[in-house]
Design a protein around this ligand. Structure first.
Ligand SMILES: Cc1cc2nc3c(=O)[nH]c(=O)nc-3n(C[C@H](O)[C@H](O)[C@H](O)COP(=O)(O)O)c2cc1C
Length: 198
């Protein structure tokens, strides 16, 4: 039988493992943590879900960053109520992570400029799609993408960096010898956590 992971009965270690996996997901595109599901809430209170690419994970600040088009539903929903959550299940690690908190759109500030500056051209081009995401089309191909942009500015006006400030993290580790689940809440700067029944 496999050895138990070091975080199995270590609450702080369990939280650290969640952030370690998130950080790894930023750089490892094969990790399930690279492409979490993002939940938002629409104006009618309905849940909305989609995949995003995780771009940054700052354990110290309790912050996660992803990018989106400001014309998208998710951008509108975040602008309206700021509610957001991310979910990942990593089957190999047998680990489910859920993070809930407040999300903020960055369009014309240093956070957005830095994120845009670090984005690859192939990613930037997506923000130049016309018409904007979610617009009904007369045919599947009735939209345009910009050519590769020598100035690399096309799409910048539609680009948003989104920072999710974590308020709650829920981790579930599956093991036949007994699952482990913990919930962590973030105050101004520190986390408090407790084991909970799985
Ligand atoms: C693997 C994968 C990665 C994606 N990454 C992003 C992303 O980082 N940002 C984004 O806005 N949409 C991303 N999408 C597209 C969204 O899942 C979604 O279809 C689109 O953004 C429209 O969402 P909305 O109408 O809810 O705003 C990705 C989709 C897939 C399948």
């Amino acid at each position: 039988m496999d050895a138990l992971p070091s975080f199995y009965d270590d609450l702080d270690g369990f939280r650290a493992e969640g952030w370690r996996r998130l950080a790894e997901g930023v750089t490892n595109r094969y990790s399930p943590f690279h492409t979490p599901s993002l939940a938002t809430v629409d104006a009618a209170g309905r849940p909305r879900l989609r995949t995003v690419v995780l771009r940054a994970a700052d354990a110290g600040a309790g912050a996660l960053r992803f990018h989106c088009d400001r014309r998208s539903d998710k951008a509108r929903e975040i602008a309206e109520n700021g509610l957001a959550a991310l979910h990942v299940y990593d089957g190999r690690a047998k680990l489910q992570l859920r993070v809930e908190g407040r999300a903020r759109l960055h369009q014309d500030d240093a956070v957005a400029d830095a994120a845009w500056g670090a984005a690859l051209t192939m990613s930037r081009i997506c923000y130049g799609v016309e018409p904007g995401p979610g617009t009904a089309l007369t045919a599947g191909d009735a939209y345009t993408m910009p050519d590769e942009d020598p100035e690399a500015r096309i799409g910048r006006e539609n680009f948003c960096a989104v920072v999710l400030s974590a308020e709650r993290m829920d981790l579930l580790y599956l093991d036949r010898r007994g699952h482990r689940r913990a919930v962590f809440r973030r105050g101004t700067e520190t986390w408090t956590g407790t084991w909970v029944a799985p």
